[in-house]
Design a protein around this ligand. Structure first.
Ligand code: KIV
Length: 272
């Protein structure tokens, strides 16, 4: 915050890059709605990712594939309205960028124009090179995503750790270099060995942001609903739960139901 104007200094791609340069870790979380985004922004989160994990977390789908571009834009609009400091990055959903670079650019432009977000994220390396180039040429910052890329879950067949074998690790190292050369401002590394994260993070100038990728990434990201314990049964080794909100909200709800049934809510001071 500026001491003179009282204005909050926004997190930009330059701020993110400077954080890597001075060795300050970057903290990123997902957000899909106004109220949650406001709490996370006020608490000092650097980047809010409007992730296509909204497909699982908000809509209850089994994978990230069903969520549409219109739905992502709706979530992004709600998040952008809440935020005064954090950078807002929005996932290009499955099907909105893979076919060709023209479709990719028009999807990215819709996100930026209709939501007011600050950047887009998309999954993949060399396969999506043309799409990344075209989006960047339009002046839209791009965050890459390598390793376990959930939009390819039916190709992988499992959510287990990626790039344990040398061939896949080598492709990931090359893809990270390619994304940097194309001009991506950061790369998410999902569920890969910590040693590979270290090598990749040391080999490129742009920041890496890990999820299940160990301590050597330049930043960390978690799905907020997992980190707060709102999702109940998802317990991968990499997840640190800071709260058990499923339990806490359940207890509060039971108390409310009981108060209503026993005619203890509302009381005299809670009515007009
Ligand atoms: O959609 C999402 O939440 C993500 C994170 C897991 C990085 O892409």
């Amino acid at each position: 915050m500026s001491a003179v104007t009282g204005e909050v200094k926004r997190v930009t791609t330059h701020v993110i890059q400077a954080m890597k340069s001075r060795g300050e870790k970057i903290a990123m979380l997902t957000a899909y709605d106004f109220s949650m985004a406001r709490m996370l922004d006020e608490a000092g989160i650097d980047i809010l990712l409007v992730g296509d994990s909204a497909s699982n977390v908000m809509a209850g789908h089994e994978t990230t594939l069903p969520i549409t571009l219109d739905q992502m834009i709706y979530h992004a609009q709600s998040v952008v309205r809440a935020v005064s400091r954090a950078m807002v990055v929005v996932d290009l959903p499955f099907g909105s960028y893979q076919a060709n670079s023209e479709i990719a650019l028009s999807s990215a432009i819709r996100i930026m124009k209709e939501s007011g977000a600050h950047a887009v994220k998309l999954e993949g390396g060399a396969e999506v090179e043309d799409s990344i180039k075209r989006i960047l040429m339009a002046g839209i910052p791009v965050m890459g995503h390598l390793g376990l890329t959930p939009q390819s879950i039916y190709k992988f067949g499992t959510y287990s750790v990626r790039a344990k074998e040398e061939e896949e690790a080598q492709k990931l190292r090359e893809d990270a270099k390619l994304l940097e050369a194309l001009g991506c401002f950061a790369i998410v590394l999902e569920k890969i060995p910590a040693s590979l994260t270290k090598t990749v993070s040391e080999s490129i100038e742009i920041p890496t942001i890990g999820i299940g990728a160990g301590k050597h990434a330049d930043g960390q990201v978690l799905v907020t609903h997992d980190m707060l314990g709102i999702t109940k049964d998802f317990k991968p080794r990499f997840l640190r739960r800071y709260l058990d909100l499923f339990e806490t909200i359940g207890l509060a709800t039971k108390q409310y139901v009981s108060d209503v049934k026993k005619k203890e809510f509302p009381n005299d001071s809670e009515q007009y």
